[in-house]
Each structure stands twice: as C-alpha cells, then as structure tokens.
Design a binder for this molecule. Structure first.
Ligand code: ADP
Length: 240
C-alpha cells in the first residue's frame, strides 16, 4: 500500500492552475525526488499536502484523507517538512532546539538539563544527523549545512514518518551534499522521504525513485534511469 496516495490533486490561484490533476504514490521507505523546472508546481504540491494551501482532489497518508484538515492536525499525523531556509532557534543550542521540537522544552528545567539526562530519542536524532559533538553550540553558530541537518533532526524527534524536504542541499558544499544524501538514505530505512530538488547530480546519486513535474502535471515517473531515458523529460530539460 502507498503511504502517500495523491489523486487528482488540483490547486488554483486566481484562475491559474498551479497543480493540475496530479496522481502520486509514495511507498513506505521510499526516497522520492520531485524534480521539474521552476514553476512546475512542486512546492505548491507539498503546500497542499501539508495544508498550507487549499486543494481539490485527494491526498491520503496511511489511508487517511489530509485535504481539508488544519495544518496542525496534519503535522500531528506524522508529516513534517522543511523549507528552503532553515528555521531553527539561533540563540538556543543544538540540544535545546531538539528538546523543544520533541515537546520537552516547556520547562526551564529542560533548558538546564544536564547532558546525562538527554532523552533517548533526542540523543538518537542528534547522532543520526551528526551533531552530537555540537550539542552545546548555539544553532546560530552552525554552518549552513549543519542548520539543515538540525532541522531534519527536529523532524526526527517529533517522530515524523513522512519527511517533505524543500531543496535541502541548496547552498551546500560538495561534502555537505554528500553527507546529506547519505543521511537521507539512512533516514529512509525507517521512514519515508520526499525531496523537492533542483540539483540533478544530487538526484542521480541518491534518489530511489523520481517524479518529474511540468506545468502542474506529472510528466514522467520511475527510477533515475527511467526518467532520464524518457524523451519527454529530455525535451523539458533540453539545454539544462
Ligand atoms: P516549483 O516549486 O515547481 O518551482 P511552485 O509550486 O512554487 O513551483 O509554483 C507553481 C506555480 O504557481 C508558479 O507559476 C507560481 O508562480 C504559482 N504560485 C505559487 N504560489 C502562488 C501563490 N500564492 N499565488 C499565485 N501564484 C502562485
């Protein structure tokens, strides 16, 4: 069964159709890349699934309809997303950011907690995203790539089952991209990951499956090799 099952998804802004009848199935444990030229409708599709824009059609997660539900209820159902600009609390440490995301940040005691008291889930997330050595560093001092990893860690501690990531490697160095790709592969062993991406080299190296969007529609779908061999995709990307 698909974990995410989208049928006939349609989003219209003042008469302009940004997402035009999209069907999309993402299996549990997939590492799916959504690619396509600027304006193809990738972000709008993710906005629709997370409740940020109104959409017609159907989007089911684990069999339950998402469309029409408020944003916070969709988030609570196990779907989490990141945006192109990382939204971490700059003045707080890595550990405090993760604590707050885990919902444990309500008391001052939590903020002052000694390292040995770090909850298992927070410690595990910090290890997974490779930030354990920086636990006590303010998030504002992290490198760009590390902030993205922290934000992904904040989804992991919330026990998000489906991660929707908007261009996670934008602005990253080659080494950071490589580390991020390996991180997403590890995460997708237990969870499902959907990545909006412009970076074709990154997509080729790490995608398990690919959906190509163009003008609000799914133009092509399959493995990296399959979509690359599709003449329709070559046409859209001609000159890229
Ligand atoms: P992508 O993420 O593939 O680059 P988007 O989903 O951001 O594409 O945008 C798809 C189309 O919808 C674009 O033409 C964009 O200008 C338009 N669009 C996106 N958001 C809005 C909005 N809030 N109001 C009007 N048009 C929008």
């Amino acid at each position: 069964m698909s974990e995410l099952e989208i049928r006939g998804l349609r989003v219209t802004f003042d008469g302009f159709t940004a997402v035009d009848g999209v069907d999309l199935d993402v299996a549990p444990g997939d590492l799916r890349f959504l690619i396509g030229p600027n304006g193809a409708g990738k972000t709008t599709l993710v906005d629709a699934v997370t409740g940020l824009v109104k959409a017609a059609g159907s989007a089911k997660f684990g069999g339950a309809e998402l469309l029409g539900r408020p944003v916070h209820r969709i988030a609570r159902s196990g779907i989490g997303r990141t945006f192109q600009t990382a939204t971490v609390f700059e003045e707080l440490t890595v550990l405090q950011n993760l604590d707050i995301a885990a919902g444990a940040g309500r008391s001052m005691w939590t903020m002052l907690r000694r390292r040995k008291d770090v909850p298992e889930a927070v410690a595990r997330a910090m290890e997974t995203v490779g930030l354990t050595d920086l636990a006590d560093s303010p998030a504002g001092t992290l490198a760009h790539g590390q902030k993205q990893w922290l934000e992904i860690g904040m989804l992991l501690v919330q026990d998000v089952k489906l991660l929707l990531l908007d261009e996670p490697v934008a602005g990253m160095s080659h080494d950071e991209r490589q580390a991020t790709g390996e991180l997403l592969q590890r995460i997708s062993e237990e969870r499902t990951v959907v990545v909006i991406e412009h970076d074709m080299d990154f997509m080729r190296s790490f995608a398990r499956s690919v959906s190509v969007l163009h003008a609000g529609k799914v133009l092509s779908e399959g493995t990296v090799a399959q979509v690359q061999a599709d003449p329709k995709v070559q046409e859209v990307y001609l000159g890229h």
